[in-house]
Design a protein around this ligand. Structure first.
Ligand code: MN
Length: 133
């Protein structure tokens, strides 16, 4: 059921080990390939090295936060076009507006809903394919 996107490579940036493991397991089960980073600095390095199809970015991270990591990725022509989706525990619409204003391509709420999560990720991958950057 995920054949068309089976090869998509997703970088998960999350410093909470349980959240990271859950996202990884759900994505792998649904046919995605995954990379992991537990800090903003690691995310920037891994993204430059592997050029993933999509990045799921936690906001609150040790060291540089998710917004700063986003800005660094956008400032580098190699990684500027990678779609980056905020993973946020904030349910406040003002925060969500702030993330989109900062340049995120969208957001997914935490805790993730394991039934909806693969479809949400797939939709962001498809949108990125339809709208070449
Ligand atoms: Mn965090």
């Amino acid at each position: 059921m995920t054949e068309a996107l089976g090869g998509k490579l997703i970088l998960i940036v999350e410093d909470n080990e349980k959240n990271l493991k859950l996202a990884r397991d759900v994505l792998q089960f649904n046919g995605f390939q995954t990379l992991e980073a537990d800090s903003g600095e690691a995310a920037v390095g891994i993204a430059r090295e592997h050029l993933p199809d999509l990045i799921l970015m936690d906001i609150e991270l040790p060291g540089i936060d998710g917004i700063t990591a986003l800005q660094q990725l956008r400032a580098d022509s190699q990684t500027a076009g990678i779609p980056i989706v905020a993973l946020t525990a904030s349910a406040m619409s003002a925060d969500r507006d702030r993330f989109v204003g900062a340049g995120f391509d969208g957001y997914i709420s935490k805790p993730i809903n394991i039934k909806e999560f693969p479809g949400q990720v797939r939709a962001h991958c498809e949108r990125a394919t339809l709208e070449p950057s």
